[in-house]
Design a protein around this ligand. Structure first.
Ligand SMILES: Nc1ncnc2c1ncn2[C@@H]1O[C@H](COP(=O)(O)OP(=O)(O)O)[C@@H](O)[C@H]1O
Ligand SMILES: Nc1ncnc2c1ncn2[C@H]1C[C@H](O)[C@@H](COP(=O)(O)O)O1
Length: 216
């Protein structure tokens, strides 16, 4: 049985952590964003106006390669969905950082790449798991993880950027309908350090997969 799961949620929500736990629990392959190997990301944080288009084109290529691999492997968990990049890009357009024409080109490229040609496997996941967190939790975890370019001490303006990003996530999740979906409360459950919380989260996800017929 094929089970392709994607995690979603704001920066520092716990996507990579839950990806590892879930992949281990289900005995499936984990796919990560590869932040440390991304040559554009540090440039993006220094100059978002200049690098939004390039970063998103880079990520589109990277995520499509992962999706194709995930489909070939049948079972997988990925630490961020391809559907969230347009959220970042659109937010930057709305706040005057990114160019609307560049967004149109990106969006149409995304649409073409995701189109299902006859005979091609579906690029949609079997389940999208969204981790919801508050701004306080998000900021705390970003600081805890310690990537230099994401720190408020590097750029205090990032606090507004993170708050805006959170405000885009909730409506995005409500509208998302490409696959079945579920939400995990990332404020309530410390699935990294608390064994009981971890069991509860995994069991909720197992139940959802069972309800969907993806787990025996
Ligand atoms: N539910 C959680 N409770 C407590 N700490 C967490 C939780 N999820 C993640 N963390 C911690 O927060 C930081 C960011 O987590 P990570 O999984 O890298 O987030 P993301 O992939 O969403 O950016 C890490 O230091 C991780 O150990
Ligand atoms: N599409 C994107 N636009 C801007 N920034 C992005 C995009 N996708 C990921 N990012 C950034 C956000 C974080 O700094 C890193 C990795 O995300 P994480 O949530 O920590 O896995 O890349």
């Amino acid at each position: 049985m094929m089970t392709v799961i994607v995690l979603s949620g704001p920066i520092g929500a716990g996507k990579s952590s839950l990806t590892s736990l879930l992949a281990e629990h289900l005995g499936t392959q984990a796919f990560y964003e590869g932040v440390d190997n991304n040559p554009i990301l540090p440039l993006y944080y220094k100059d978002m106006a200049h690098y939004t288009f390039l970063l998103n084109t880079y990520l589109l290529n990277h995520r499509l390669a992962q999706i194709n691999q995930a489909i070939r492997d049948h079972n997988s968990v990925s630490d961020r969905s391809i559907y969230e990049d347009a959220l970042f890009f659109k937010m930057n357009v709305d706040s005057g950082i990114a160019d609307p024409t560049e967004f149109k080109i990106y969006d149409s490229l995304l649409e073409n790449m995701m189109e299902q040609a006859p005979g091609n496997p579906s690029k949609k996941p079997d389940l999208l798991i969204y981790i919801h967190v508050s701004l306080d939790t998000m900021l705390h975890r970003i600081q805890k993880r310690g990537r230099t370019f994401e720190q408020l001490s590097t750029d205090p303006g990032l606090k507004d950027y993170y708050a805006r990003l959170l405000s885009y996530y909730e409506p995005w999740y409500e509208k998302y309908n490409a696959s079945p979906k579920m939400m995990i409360d990332g404020d309530k459950y410390d699935f990294v350090a608390d064994e009981e919380a971890r069991k509860e989260v995994i069991s909720t996800i197992d139940q959802k997969l069972t309800d969907l017929g993806n787990l025996n």
